[in-house]
Write a protein of this length. Sequence first.
Length: 408
Amino acid sequence: MARSSAAQTSDLNSLLGILNKAIPDVVSADPRSYEEARIEAIRACEKMTALLHDPFQWLFVESAAYIVPAAMSVVLELKVPHHISSDIENPTTVEQLSKATGAPVGLLERMLRILTKRMIFEEIKPKTYIHNMFSETILVPSVEAWVSLSSDDNLKAAAALLPLLKENGFKIPQNDGNCAFSKAFQTPLNQFQYYFDVDPERSRRAALSMAAFNSTSMFRDFPFPFDQLPQDGVVVDVGGGGGHVSVELARKYPHLNFVVQDLGESIASGAANPEYATLPIKWQEHGLFEPQAVKGADAYIVRHVLHGFEDETSSKIIGYIAKAMEPGKSRILIIDCVVPKAFGSDSIPFVNATDILAMLGGNGKQRTVEAWDALVKMADKRLEVVKIWQQGHLASADAVIEIRTSRV
Ligand SMILES: C[S@@+](CC[C@H](N)C(=O)[O-])C[C@H]1O[C@@H](n2cnc3c(N)ncnc32)[C@H](O)[C@@H]1O
């Protein structure tokens, strides 16, 4: 049904009011009001963009949104970002790009048109490009790895979601090896297991990509007081990948010792990194589904792992850790999203996206406070959530759920 133009005008005016209020804070130096105002301004802009479209035009563009990752995957495979200038005085022509990549001019032009329209690269005059702040960020190796994984593997997996759900009567299978990723890659394995067992090249890319989430302003300090853990305290980083979280914590809290646990290329990439050699970190090849080898640690961090699995599998992972905990001493620190109460167009794009990415890769999901509570109880009745540490707008992205064992 068409919206009345009066309602539309009133919506647009109220969004303008939000922007007028938020923009001074966005340009202010105070980080807290900056972050909150930025999120508010982004939401207002998103709603305005939609309202300013003709309804079918909006639906057309949204239902063809996959052309952005499709173009991105081609551009990244051709290493285009590495051949584009950042210097406005010395921009890169499409002919130069063609020579550097071996791809035809016409193809590059068409792919870059999609991306420049999404503000990734700048076309400063016809067929002539420079980097902008978004495309330049692709030159950070972990960001390049993530954007490439996301626009390649995850795009394929997304296309397999509907056939998977149809086959299963629209119930999400309770088996991480029967997910959209496994359907797309014709494997009985979940996304990470496929990387470990079948495709070391993709596994390397995935391991590298994880650090992207620490290289942006989205994630900063964890809101848990690691400084209060005891001198020589042991922190186990379960599913810690290449160890970038432990590395950051080890540099910041030199009184602690770390054990990073993961499999395959993930753990190998951290163990082999000479920059980490002097840090108090042990690298341990250790699966999520085996009894926890480090008993009685002060803290077991499980960051961005459990959202990858449905409840039964996640509860097994927590259960193995619970058995290794020393009551009164050990705690589990689940660092993950806590889905906020915001709904509809006010919900958080990062949470929404990672929720569905978790579904694609292993039938996982992002969880609310209530869902985390229920999961922890399902894993081991002795476990209880004692506190959820959150800060500002990061509340939903990197909350720390502190879990202790009751003595009963
Ligand atoms: C989303 S990443 C998070 C990595 C890291 N904790 C972080 O915060 O960036 C999930 C991690 O779980 C690891 N993982 C997945 N399945 C695993 C398994 N069966 N055993 C051990 N690690 C596993 C992956 O290798 C990957 O490093």
